[in-house]
Design a binder for this molecule. Structure first.
Ligand code: SAH
Length: 213
């Protein structure tokens, strides 16, 4: 077996051993090459289960956390999904395999531009990437069947709760930045919202407004 094939096998094994058991999620993560989303000196570590630095001082999340969040989101093939926090585009690419349509938004134009290039190269045609402040959601495309936020807010942003379809699910980290945050699953019931705490996580903060770059 080549070194790369062996690293990819270990990668999938690490996902399973950390609780990513959903077959559709594992298949999507097997198909989407994390190596395509990591550049420069970190390319070598693309198949390790750790977050890595990307441009604009941001990070590509730890693969097992991506897997667990995607699994908790219970995406079905007809779903329209919103991701807040495009970053490298890795999470959006995995969602694109599971959902009908993916909208992903980041406050850094540069990250959106770079992610769009990778989506085109991988022929992922059902993703729309947008530069903007994702804490306001995307009112034009609402409601969403699923919403995933990959940056931590102190509380679930109101506009995102409002843009979740009844019966829809949102997964997001909440808590102060620079401390341990909680991954939360929110389900919108006809009469209100149900909250479930999943596990401790650590994400970069959700920051207001569009960035300079
Ligand atoms: N999902 C990404 C990792 C995201 S890192 C991946 O798969 O690589 C978190 C991202 O959230 C950063 O790129 C940051 O710029 C973005 N972000 C932070 N606050 C935001 C906001 N208000 N609106 C949109 N994006 C935001």
């Amino acid at each position: 077996m080549t070194d790369l094939a062996e690293r990819k096998m270990r990668f999938l094994y690490a996902l399973r051993s950390k609780g990513v058991t959903d077959a559709r999620v594992l298949t999507a993560m097997e198909k989407i090459d994390r190596g395509a989303f990591v550049t420069g000196i970190f390319t070598d570590r693309a198949y390790e289960d750790m977050p890595l630095p990307i441009a604009c001082g941001q990070t590509i999340s730890q693969p097992s956390v991506v897997g667990l969040m995607t699994q908790a989101l219970q995406v079905s093939p007809r779903d329209k999904v919103l991701e807040v926090g495009t970053g490298s585009g890795y999470q959006a690419a995995i969602l694109s395999h599971l959902a009908r349509r993916v909208y992903t938004i980041d406050r850094h134009r540069r990250l959106v531009r770079e992610a769009e290039k990778i989506f085109a190269a991988l022929d992922l045609t059902n993703i729309t990437a947008i530069a903007g402040d994702g804490s306001h959601g995307l009112p034009d495309q609402a409601p969403f069947d699923r919403i995933i936020v990959t940056a931590a807010a102190e509380d679930p942003p109101g506009p995102l709760l409002a843009q979740l379809r009844i019966g829809g699910i949102m997964v997001l980290p909440v808590g102060q930045s620079d401390t341990v945050q909680s991954l939360i699953k929110v389900t919108r019931a006809p009469q209100g919202y149900e909250y479930e705490e999943l596990r401790p996580v650590r994400f970069v903060p959700l920051v207001e407004g569009l960035a300079q770059d």
